[in-house]
Write a protein that binds this ligand. Structure first.
Ligand SMILES: Cc1cc2nc3c(=O)[nH]c(=O)nc-3n(C[C@H](O)[C@H](O)[C@H](O)COP(=O)(O)OP(=O)(O)OC[C@H]3O[C@@H](n4cnc5c(N)ncnc54)[C@H](O)[C@@H]3O)c2cc1C
Length: 320
């Protein structure tokens, strides 16, 4: 029996994606979907959540200006005990992934992280997640509740906003306990402003480029396409530092789902593919016909990026 589904995210955008899956699970069992919101902006987020599928939004921790995992897990524990959800979806943000196992330990519950498929088999919740750098899929069943599940960004498409949708918003009186840790300083990450996770088109570079100056080629390609972000493999961001970590795609970088992903001079090791395999159309340019990237590509160009890219840029300009 599924009494209720609850979602929580420290990021509104991810929360809206969780609501889509939460709605589907709640409807399948004829139950309600609740969301928990923490922090001073609770009301405006709650209204958006209702328009995206929540039946009820609980607001707590209005004094929590900075997210602190110990405090958040205290409040979530209290809310879960009071409301009794049997499925709790949490976004797989850094905070969410720290929160979920803490909650599971507090509630003596099961937890599965980075799940990209959730199904109901009778009364049981079954999840699937990619393991061993994408070499296997682990399928797990929760035989008791509550099931605490973290979901990566873009795993589920959000429901369209329904401005006429109504629901309940309630402020709940749950205060976190005292904790010895303190936030002494919050340092904003220096970002080049790349937002690969929301990009419709990503032009991505790897070690096939001989120098950072040569990245002009992918910047020129990006210039002739619309809505483009630059992506890269790990060595470009982590070792060579030709691009910032905002651009790093893969298992330990960003997971992306653009409509078009163009991989230039990237070998296609499993750790890179783990971050871009859900792209709509994948185009790969590599001089090695046996490069693994071609196994993931919809279109492959076997050739030298230094020859292919100028021609591709010119062809797109002509077409326009
Ligand atoms: C735990 C772990 C986590 C990792 N996480 C990530 C991650 O998140 N993201 C990631 O990307 N990697 C990650 N890696 C590293 C990964 O295994 C690869 O080493 C990396 O992806 C390789 O980057 P690359 O394809 O740019 O370079 P290479 O593997 O060196 O490939 C370069 C490619 O360019 C081609 N090439 C060379 N010259 C040209 C040319 N002129 N024209 C056309 N093609 C050319 C070559 O044929 C080759 O295929 C991780 C590794 C580990 C162990």
């Amino acid at each position: 029996m599924i009494p209720m589904v609850m979602i929580f995210s420290d990021l509104e955008k991810n929360g809206i994606e969780l609501l889509a899956k939460g709605r589907e699970l709640a409807d399948a069992k004829g139950t309600s979907l609740k969301a928990l919101v923490l922090g001073p902006d609770g009301n405006s987020i709650a209204e958006k959540y209702i328009k995206h599928g929540a039946d009820k939004v609980l607001i707590a921790g209005s004094s929590m200006v900075e997210f602190k995992v110990e405090e958040a897990s205290d409040i979530l524990e209290g809310a879960i005990k009071a409301e009794g959800p049997s499925i709790i979806l949490i976004s797989s943000t850094k905070n969410g992934k720290e929160l979920a196992p803490r909650l599971a330990a507090k509630l003596d519950a099961g937890s599965a992280t980075d799940v990209n498929k959730i199904e109901l088999e009778g009364d049981n919740v079954v999840t699937e997640r990619v393991v061993y750098s994408g070499n296997a899929i682990s399928r797990e069943m929760f035989t008791g509740g509550p099931a605490i599940i973290t979901v990566p960004s873009k795993a589920f498409d959000p429901l369209p906003e329904d401005s006429g949708r109504t629901g309940e918003i309630a402020v709940i009186d749950l205060a976190p306990g005292e904790h010895p840790s303190k936030i002494v300083n919050v340092q904003t990450m220096i970002s080049e402003g790349a937002n690969v996770e929301d990009a419709e088109v990503i032009v991505s570079c790897g070690r096939g480029f001989k120098s950072s100056d040569d990245l002009k080629l992918i910047k020129d390609l990006a210039g002739v396409l619309n809505g483009v972000s630059l992506g890269c493999s790990r060595p470009i961001a982590a070792d060579l530092k030709w691009l910032s970590e905002d651009h790093w795609i893969g298992l330990s970088g960003h997971k992306v789902k653009p409509k078009l992903y163009i991989a230039c001079g990237i070998s296609g090791q499993i750790q890179h593919v783990a971050g871009m395999r859900d792209s709509g159309i994948i185009v790969a340019i590599n001089k090695d016909p046996d490069a693994p990237i071609f196994n993931s590509a919809d279109y492959g160009i076997v050739g030298d990026i230094y020859k292919v890219l100028p021609k591709l840029i010119e062809a797109i300009k002509q077409k326009k």
